[in-house]
Design a protein. Structure first.
Length: 343
């Protein structure tokens, strides 16, 4: 077993080369999105689009030059006739390969941003050596409006910490802006086909989902999954009256080694809830998260950003109430700044 170095400077594993064949994957989809942007429910939907075809999904892959089969936070393979061990995952036949990248904590330990670490030529060119040749390539970029995304992320940081993701909320906002700018950037010759998914619209527009499925060569049509994805730890705005993500026996097996880490013990109450409950998703609540945070001083300072508002509206249009909120936040922030006379 060989090793290579990830962006965080740690040695990571790399498995043996793939067998020589024309196409290891008929469809290869790289999914790029920040935590709390709807990544996991959209990935669940993507997996449902291919009917009886075999789909391999690799969750939350380590950034940089590494074998994604061996450096991901969990995996699934549909239609497997027997349980698959990680070391054997690459050799199992598959039609569709879905590679999911989020803003992992390792990104704050170097100078490489989220998009460069996935889309940069330095890393992208070596991907085929790990996953094999693919007949069709897609880059799916998921974006949620910044008001709800950052509100959810800030709540997550306060309740459960980073959960393996970035903990610098300012850097999280900068990454959101970079994704927004990428969406408007013209395609470069030789780039993979880019498919942008607006989480806000995907939640409520069946025609939009159908169009996306067509672009991604879907062979089946599925609606929104009626349960919150079991990946990603559920909603960061959970209350006793709201749903939480169910915990399966397989989840328990995968998470058991993490209990050796003492800081994980603070999540035991969350895991207990997930064992007791079977949630359903409420699409309306996911579009109004930000309204719960309007009186929060840290959130108001974070959102006192005219450029952020303009980028949001360039993608999502005007979200009712956000223009006034940003204007008031900017004014309040300016009043909090010490005057030049006081310095």
């Amino acid at each position: 077993m060989e090793t290579t170095t990830g962006l965080d400077g740690h040695q990571v594993r790399a498995s043996a080369p793939l067998p020589d064949k024309a196409f290891a994957n008929q469809i290869e989809i790289r999914v790029i999105g920040q935590m709390r942007s709807g990544n996991h429910v959209i990935v669940d939907w993507l997996r449902s689009l291919y009917g009886q075809r075999s789909v391999c999904f690799l969750n939350n892959i380590l950034h940089g030059d590494c074998d994604p089969f061996l450096n991901c936070e969990g995996f699934d393979h549909t239609h497997a006739v027997r349980p698959i061990k990680r070391r054997d995952l690459k050799a199992v036949d598959r039609d569709v390969l879905i590679l999911s990248y989020e803003d992992r904590k390792s990104l704050d330990q170097g100078d490489v941003d989220l998009l460069t670490s996935v889309l940069g030529q330095e890393y992208a060119q070596g991907l085929a050596a790990y996953v094999g040749n693919s007949r069709h390539h897609f880059d799916v970029v998921i974006v949620r409006d910044p008001f709800n995304c950052l509100a959810s992320r800030l709540a997550l940081l306060r309740q459960r910490g980073g959960m393996g993701g970035l903990e610098d909320i300012g850097m999280i906002k900068r990454h959101w802006k970079e994704i927004a700018r990428l969406i408007h950037a013209p395609a470069v010759k030789g780039d993979r086909e880019r498919v942008v998914i607006s989480y806000n619209r995907w939640l409520v527009d069946q025609a939009y989902r159908s169009d996306l499925g067509g672009r991604l060569l879907a062979t089946a049509e599925q609606g929104i999954p009626d349960q919150i994805s079991r990946y990603g730890g559920g909603s960061s705005f959970e209350t006793e009256t709201q749903s939480v993500t169910p915990l399966t026996f397989g989840d328990l097996v995968r998470k058991a080694p993490k209990l050796l880490s003492l800081h994980r013990w603070k999540y035991l109450s969350l895991y207990a809830k997930r064992l007791r409950r079977k949630p359903t998703a409420n699409t309306d609540q996911f579009l109004k998260r930000w309204q719960l945070m309007t009186a929060d001083s840290e959130y108001r300072k974070l959102m006192a950003d005219q450029e952020l508002l303009e980028l949001s509206e360039s993608i999502f249009g005007e979200i009712p109430g956000t223009r006034q909120f940003v204007a008031e936040a900017i004014q309040a922030t300016s009043l909090d700044q010490p005057s030049s006379a006081a310095n």
